[in-house]
Design a protein around this ligand. Structure first.
Ligand SMILES: Nc1ncnc2c1ncn2[C@@H]1O[C@H](COP(=O)(O)OP(=O)(O)O)[C@@H](O)[C@H]1O
Ligand SMILES: [Mg+2]
Length: 271
């Protein structure tokens, strides 16, 4: 826990240093200020503080890069980035056969690992429109979000959040959205994905998707992602489900399968 606190404090120092010409400004005043994404300056991206205890409770471990468990994510991150770089891919979808395999936990840890350990910016989008959980796992306050943007109530910048870590930006959601399959294939979402992908050179977009076997959402959305990662749960996901899903993903660039929830120590995540 102490190490997570220190990691947050360090990230905060770096973050504060990134606000040019505002050296003595308090964090409160930084909310709704300019957030630097690499060489890019975001106008009006909200900055929020993360609570180490809350992160730990929700298995978000890559905030502390010295946590021994984060090694699994280092390996995963390195392998994913190598493949994405080699192919010029910038968007990664995360799905699974059934609910509760650990997609959201993997998506957040991977995004944080990219932001903290590489010179890429990680943008994490909660596209699990029926069961959004990114905001609650990160402990983000209730403010504007993706659903408000999709409803046309706010601009994109009003929905983006920087959770106090440099080069980490989240597009959260808090309430289930109706007609999610139609929305995920709508012109508005297509334009949003293109905008997020093309706006900055050194940015990896991670899309947390619903499971493949519950709804059409993931399969309908996948053509918009450059590549996909499948998360399966050790002892829960059946071999037949993995086989079915691999077949469903035939026309996608499947990067690999993460075996999550393994009981083997230090081998929690395979790639
Ligand atoms: N490696 C793991 N070991 C144990 N529990 C895990 C692991 N990864 C995720 N979980 C737990 O499993 C549950 C489902 O995880 P979540 O990421 O919400 O799944 P999904 O997004 O696939 O529905 C959560 O309670 C989460 O804390
Ligand atoms: Mg989830």
């Amino acid at each position: 826990m102490e190490r997570i606190k220190e990691a947050i404090a360090k990230a905060r120092e770096k973050q504060d240093g990134a606000f040019s010409g505002r050296e003595n400004t308090t964090r409160k005043a930084l909310k709704s200020a300019e957030v630097v994404e690499g060489p890019i300056v975001y106008k009006e991206t909200r900055v929020v503080d993360l609570d180490p205890a809350h992160l730990e409770d929700h298995r978000i471990i890559t905030m502390d890069t010295e946590d021994p468990n984060s090694i699994s994510f280092d390996i995963l991150r390195t392998q994913i980035l190598a493949k994405m770089e080699a192919n010029g891919w910038k968007t990664l979808a995360i799905t699974s056969p059934t609910p509760a395999c650990g997609k959201t936990v993997v998506a957040i840890n991977l995004a944080l690992s990219i932001a903290k350990q590489t010179d890429y910016t990680a943008l994490l989008v909660d596209f699990d429109l029926r069961r959004p959980q990114v905001a609650s796992y990160l402990g983000l306050p209730r403010e504007y979000d993706l659903a408000d943007y999709l409803d046309g109530k706010i601009e994109l910048n009003d929905a983006l959040v920087n959770p106090g870590v440099p080069r980490f930006v989240v597009l959260p959601n808090r309430r289930p959205v109706k007609n999610s399959t139609e929305i995920l294939t709508s012109r508005k979402v297509k334009a949003l994905v293109a905008e997020l992908r093309d706006r900055y050179e050194k940015r990896i977009c991670i899309f947390d998707l619903p499971p493949l076997k519950s709804t059409d959402d993931a399969i309908a959305f996948l053509p918009q992602a450059d590549c996909v990662l499948m998360v399966v749960a050790s002892g829960e996901t059946k071999p037949g489900e993995v086989k079915d899903c691999r077949r469903q993903l035939q026309s996608s660039n499947l990067l690999g399968v993460v075996l999550n929830k393994s009981t083997e120590v230090a081998k929690t995540y395979y790639y």
